[in-house]
Design a protein around this ligand. Structure first.
Ligand code: ACO
Length: 353
């Protein structure tokens, strides 16, 4: 082996020549994650703040100034499955991949029609995806999509599939109490999807966490029925979302700062090095405050909350698709996604376009 090649070989073996971002936190060299295609679907039925003035004691002025929301799309019969399928078909088309090479299918949702089967299994059936795949849903609320990206990254490393399909799909209007002004004006419905693959020399860094809590943000589950064997009646609240807005606001800003700073540190980057921040769209004030706390220019933070509201696990992939389709994403640009929400959960990922 010539001397120069030997040096190059030695550097390769120690990974010393690699920029730090090509190494994951576990110390695994070389392989990151690339998003190949995006897709989304939102219901046609756009509901303005003015329309809420007719059903609860609120005003367009209050909603816009406290949240940045002007309208949100609310399902008029579209199911999680219909929206997930439409978004996924569009992402697969955009990625130009063979459906038969998709080996991981993950849906992030808290509103699937069924307790079982999972939304992912129904998506596999409807899209005629292959049988030999890992197919399951995750419940991490508004952090679901970033959790799912990291899961896909790990699973692709050990599965035979070449690509992973990740979908966030929510019909939140099913679990919103439309007589509760504290919550009903905030949420919207929709789905977003991406197709990803492992890619050499692509950065992919992740940070996430949870602070288990069923007081600040929760939605009761299946109504418990008295069984023929129980002695007492169990009272249970109807399945509607409940939220302590100001506490969740504080948690959101803190967790964004924490998780985004963690991935920036791992990547040895500064906020100004990032081209696009795509945060969970819960409140424009949360996004602006997070930008300020991070010391990053607010114009790098994508926002579609004014027309979409908070769509939980669907919000980040919908935002990513809208950013992508607007033509504003350029090859090689550095992107950070960050989610936070019920659980309480939070997480951020860094990758390049
Ligand atoms: N219209 C008019 N007044 C309202 C409305 C409304 N729709 N909703 C609440 N108010 C009133 C309250 O009753 C309260 O009145 P009071 O002072 O007389 O008691 C007043 O407005 C102020 O309420 P706050 O809760 O202090 O208002 P705040 O400025 O905190 O805004 C909001 C509330 C928008 C909910 C904000 O706290 C927020 O965005 N929180 C975070 C939400 C979030 O990030 N959720 C995350 C994930 S969701 C998921 O995981 C599914």
């Amino acid at each position: 082996m010539p001397y120069v090649s030997f040096l190059r070989y030695a550097a390769l073996a120690s990974h010393a020549y690699l920029p730090t971002y090509t190494t994951t936190d576990r110390g695994d060299p070389l392989t990151g994650l690339k998003i190949l295609g995006t897709g989304s679907y939102v219901p046609e039925n756009s509901v303005t703040n003015k329309m809420f003035e007719c059903i609860v004691d609120t005003s367009d002025e209050w909603i816009s100034s406290r949240t940045g929301i002007k309208a949100r799309c609310i399902s008029d019969g579209e199911t999680d499955l219909f929206m997930a399928r439409t978004a996924a078909e569009s992402a697969i088309k955009c990625a130009k991949v063979k459906k038969s090479e998709i080996g991981v299918i993950i849906c992030a949702t808290i509103t699937n029609e069924y307790i079982t089967p999972s939304l992912s299994c129904l998506l596999q059936r409807d899209l005629a995806l292959k049988e030999e795949a890992l197919v399951f849903d995750i419940n991490a609320a508004c952090s679901g999509f970033v959790y799912a990206l990291n899961l896909a990254y790990s699973l692709l490393r050990s599965s035979s599939g070449k690509y992973a399909l990740i979908v966030g799909s929510e019909v939140l209007s099913k679990i919103v109490d439309f007589s509760d002004r504290d919550t009903c004006v905030l949420f919207g419905d929709g789905a977003g999807a991406v197709v990803v693959k492992l890619c050499r020399n692509a950065p992919f860094l992740f940070n996430a966490g949870a602070k288990g809590d069923d007081n600040l943000l929760y939605c009761p589950g299946i109504i418990r029925k008295k069984s023929p064997f129980s002695k007492t009646d169990h009272e249970q609240a109807p399945p509607f979302l409940h939220m302590d807005g100001s506490e969740v606001f504080r948690f959101a800003v803190d967790s964004i700062k924490k998780s985004v700073t963690a991935v920036l540190d791992k990547a040895r980057l500064k906020p100004e090095d990032i081209d696009h921040f795509v945060l969970h769209q819960a409140n424009a004030r949360i996004i602006n405050m997070a930008a300020k706390r991070l010391g990053a220019p607010p114009d790098k933070f994508f926002m579609n909350i004014y027309k979409r509201g908070n769509t939980s696990a669907a919000s980040i992939p919908i935002a990513l698709d809208e950013l992508n389709k607007s033509g504003k994403l350029k090859k090689g640009e550095k992107i950070i996604l960050a989610g936070f929400g019920a659980g309480l959960t939070y997480g951020a990922v860094y990758f390049s376009w």
